[in-house]
Design a protein around this ligand. Structure first.
Ligand code: ANZ
Ligand code: ZN
Length: 821
């Protein structure tokens, strides 16, 4: 096979230097072109890029190159999410300063990205650990502070008593410190929060402003914000009269509430148990269940304890016991619930375990539910029983009438609650943005003055000699003077969560050298929102929600007019091998460097896109890579065979016959199909189409000068269609065919309708039997493909937008009817 290998190394180096020298991918803003901001999630400089990065950035690059050829002004930047914990860990382990470690990694990874031929405008490169960048994190902190969007309050953290340090969640391994293995305890510390909850309604409602976002991501955000309408009900404690408010979405079940449960951290608990014989035991129980804020409840077993106290169910004055249990969360609702074991599965399990009473108050249609025989809670709707004057009402109606009645009686009221909490931004770490706050004995908490920004992170710290890495160890940093009274004062030594960095980096790219403000407003108004954002599903909630929150605040600060940062979002699937996600521990990692070295960047890129649709997982296959490599070799040989015989200009494509006509038509058919596929990011099928064209051309022997013209056109089209996937090879082929100028400056080819009309049919698209559009498709398209094209047609979409599609009927050669409910 060796003699067959095309010289990919020379070709790739040659064109990478060419693009760099020519500045081919410099951002140009042009008023007569539409803009397109393409952004891929920037990487953490961990050392080397992995296949997940290669996939993410290849998808992005194909879209960027394609849109550029379609005549858009492109913004396509790259940078580094450079603050974070791994740098500190590496510093301690390898005795190297985080700055050095990070810069070396960036240097290496930048070259890796360059070796893949990505069309970034490297002039826009940013790194978040650069003072020119994090200065603006501090500036935002001050602006948020002025607007009341930053505040400080006590919150639990993981604390290691031996190391005397706060630990991040990932540093707690099985409840122990990762470094010294002593047990981790929970400590309450004053910490800074961003008031993201102020924007909760808007974050929810503005989902409507988004373009194409995966349903799954929208749903995850919606659940995370967790808006819930329900009822607050007041239970008085027997003996003392303290009021326990509970939140429920099922006020219809109030007559079935047989006990009340408080979260272990509930503020009333201490008073309730004070002086009772249960005090000690309950206190011990609650200590066991203290935990940091981002704890997930479903994984633990339900445990609980009786407090010794009772409360009155306000609708019938029945005494019900008050319990404490770990399945009730302080962070949700009021931190207390009324338990209805007959109609809530968690309460049911708990009641059975601790022998608490169960009382049926909702019967399904036809009845038959009884406390004695039921094996699980009946959670559906039904009709009320054992509920006095509400008996017989259906659940939904009962929720309303019981809530209204309770409001009149003063024993409850309607309430809407949210799951979303404020964003804890304090990190007790070194490698991050210092929080610009000063503590003064006399003046209290004083924000740093804007003109004194940035507060530089001191770099001379011998972090690898320190047991713990914290700014509080650096006296020179800590001691300062108060900006108000000029007396000695101390700096805040916490740094910001690195999610702050990534909440606005897409704006810094727009004007990375801007000195007066975080970004240039008029440029931001031009480029924003990001037209297409591409990244991993693991960021479905935090990063994407924080960036949306920041955008709204920045907009309210008057910095620009955008309300939503990312118009369209694509979340790519994972790269897996032998059925599992590539990971060091599984030993199934494929190193991009090695693949690039053996087969070249073009093969790597093309394989990644060919192997699977972008949002699906991609199974790595060595044979697959080799197959793609053989394909590119075939393309190279095909063009080389003819390159010297092709006329450059003045070729004739009229009145074609026989084979010539067929190839001409096939070429144009391929243009149309590849374009359709690229518009919908169906890269794998687009590549298949290109492969088919190559097969056709291998069998074609032009006999006349007209035929040579047909071939020339076909090979040009082939290079153009391939150029966003395999840009190096395409440039080379283009040059060898004697075409002037770089292929990256060329326009996307347009198909000639005349050449393909015999192969097409015009179909009618209906929605519920009414004519809503027309669609030209190829005669040989399978029904599924035709349906898909009809469903993604922009003119037809509005007619079924908010409805559920029941079925799509296809009458071959004639019409598609989309039937909705
Ligand atoms: C009584 C009841 C009866 C409930 C019934 C459900 C079914 P969403 O929809 O998610 O808002 N709940 C309230 N606060 C809680 C907390 N801090 N920790 C754990 N659970 C809590 O869920 C609301 C329901 O979740 C509430 O309605 C409450 O249980 C529970 F047949 O109250 B329900
Ligand atoms: Zn002061």
């Amino acid at each position: 096979m060796t003699q067959d290998i095309y010289p990919f190394k020379e070709i790739e180096t040659k064109w990478q230097s060419f693009w760099e020298k020519e500045g081919s991918f410099k951002t140009t803003r042009s008023n007569d072109k539409p803009k397109y901001y393409l952004l891929e999630m920037f990487p953490y400089p961990s050392g080397k890029i992995h296949m997940g990065h290669v996939r993410n950035y290849t998808i992005g690059d194909v879209v960027a190159r394609y849109k550029r050829m379609r005549g858009y002004s492109i913004l396509h930047p790259m940078g580094w999410d450079a603050f974070g914990l791994p740098a500190e860990n590496a510093a301690i382990e390898n005795r190297i300063h985080p700055v050095t470690w990070t810069q070396e990694n960036i240097f290496y990874m930048r070259n890796q990205l360059k070796s893949l031929g990505f069309s970034y405008d490297w002039d826009l490169e940013i790194s978040t650990c650069d003072p020119d960048y994090y200065k603006w994190n501090q500036w935002f902190f001050l602006k948020f502070y002025e607007k009341g969007l930053v505040y400080k309050k006590k919150a639990p953290v993981n604390w290691c008593e031996t190391c005397k340090t706060v630990l991040a969640n990932e540093q707690v391994i099985n409840g122990r410190c990762w470094r010294c293995e002593s047990e981790v305890v929970i400590k309450e510390l004053e910490q800074w929060f961003f008031r993201i909850t102020a924007y909760r309604e808007e974050l929810l409602g503005d989902q409507n402003l988004l373009g194409q976002w995966p349903e799954r991501v929208l749903l995850m955000q919606k659940n995370w914000i967790g808006k819930s309408r329900g009822t607050l009900i007041y239970f008085k404690a027997v003996g003392s009269g303290e009021v326990i408010s509970v939140f429920t979405t099922r006020a219809d079940t109030i007559f079935g509430a047989t006990y009340v449960v408080l979260a272990p951290e509930h503020p009333l608990l201490k008073d309730l148990i004070r002086g009772t014989e249960y005090e000690e035991e309950v206190r011990r129980f609650t200590e066991k269940f203290q935990r940091p804020t981002d704890f997930t409840p479903d994984e633990v077993e339900k445990e609980g304890i009786f407090t010794g106290r009772y409360a009155l169910n306000p609708v019938n004055n029945q005494e019900v016991p008050i319990w404490v249990a770990n399945y009730v969360l302080m962070e949700y609702g009021t931190g207390a619930i009324m338990a209805v074991p007959a109609h809530d599965q968690r309460d049911f399990e708990f009641a059975r375990r601790f022998n608490l009473p169960i009382k049926v108050v909702i019967q399904p249609e036809g009845g038959g539910l009884s406390e004695e025989t039921m094996e699980m809670a009946y959670e559906e709707e039904g009709f009320l029983v054992n509920s006095n004057r509400f008996n017989g009402l259906p659940s939904q109606e009962a929720i309303n009438s019981i809530t209204t009645w309770m409001t009149e009686e003063g024993i409850g009221r309607e309430e809407t609650i949210f799951r979303l909490r404020d964003w804890l931004v304090s990190r007790q770490r070194y490698w991050g943005t210092p929080i610009p706050i000063i503590y003064c004995q006399d003046c209290g908490t004083v924000p740093v003055r804007e003109e004194n920004l940035p507060i530089l992170l001191p770099l001379d710290l011998d972090i690898y000699r320190e047991e713990t890495s914290s700014l509080s160890k650096i006296e020179r940093f800590v001691n300062t003077t108060c900006p108000k009274c000029f007396k000695p004062a101390k700096r805040e030594t916490e740094t910001m969560d690195t999610f702050v960095d990534s909440s606005w980096y897409f704006l810094r790219f727009i004007s990375p050298k801007e000195e007066r403000l975080p970004f240039d407003s008029s440029l931001a108004n031009y480029w924003m929102p990001v037209d297409q954002y591409i990244g991993g599903i693991e960021h479905a909630i935090l990063h994407l929600l924080y960036a949306r929150f920041f955008t709204k605040v920045m907009s309210d600060l008057g910095l620009f007019q955008t309300r939503e940062p990312f118009k369209n979002l694509l979340t790519q699937g994972m790269v897996i091998k032998d059925g599992a996600k590539m990971s060091k521990s599984k030993g199934n990692v494929v190193d991009p460097d090695e693949i690039i070295d053996r087969f070249g960047a073009d093969t790597t890129r093309l394989f990644i896109l060919f192997a699977s649709p972008p949002e699906k997982d991609l199974e790595w296959s060595d044979q697959g890579v080799e197959g793609i490599f053989r394909f590119l070799n075939r393309v190279y040989r095909l063009v080389m065979k003819w390159a010297d015989q092709l006329p450059v200009t003045n070729y004739q494509l009229q009145n074609l016959e026989g084979e010539d006509k067929k190839i001409h038509s096939f070429t144009h058919k391929t243009i149309k199909r590849v374009t359709e596929d690229l518009e919908r990011f169906h890269f794998n099928t687009a590549i298949s189409r290109i492969m088919e064209l190559v097969n056709e051309l291998y069998q074609y022997e032009p006999k006349t000068s007209k035929g040579i013209g047909v071939l020339r056109e076909a090979l040009e089209v082939l290079s153009l269609l391939l150029s966003s996937f395999a840009p190096h090879l395409s440039e080379e082929l283009w040059e060898r065919m004697g075409s002037s100028s770089s292929i990256s400056l060329r326009s996307w080819p347009a198909h000639n309708e005349e050449a393909i009309k015999e192969e097409e049919i015009l179909m009618v698209v209906q929605v519920n039997g009414k004519l809503r559009g027309r669609l030209t498709v190829f005669k040989d398209y399978p029904p599924e493909k035709i349906k898909e094209l009809a469903l993604s047609d922009e003119r037809v979409k509005p007619w079924f937008k908010d409805k559920e599609i029941k079925k799509v009927i296809l009458v071959p050669q004639r019409l598609i009817n989309i039937v909705t409910t």
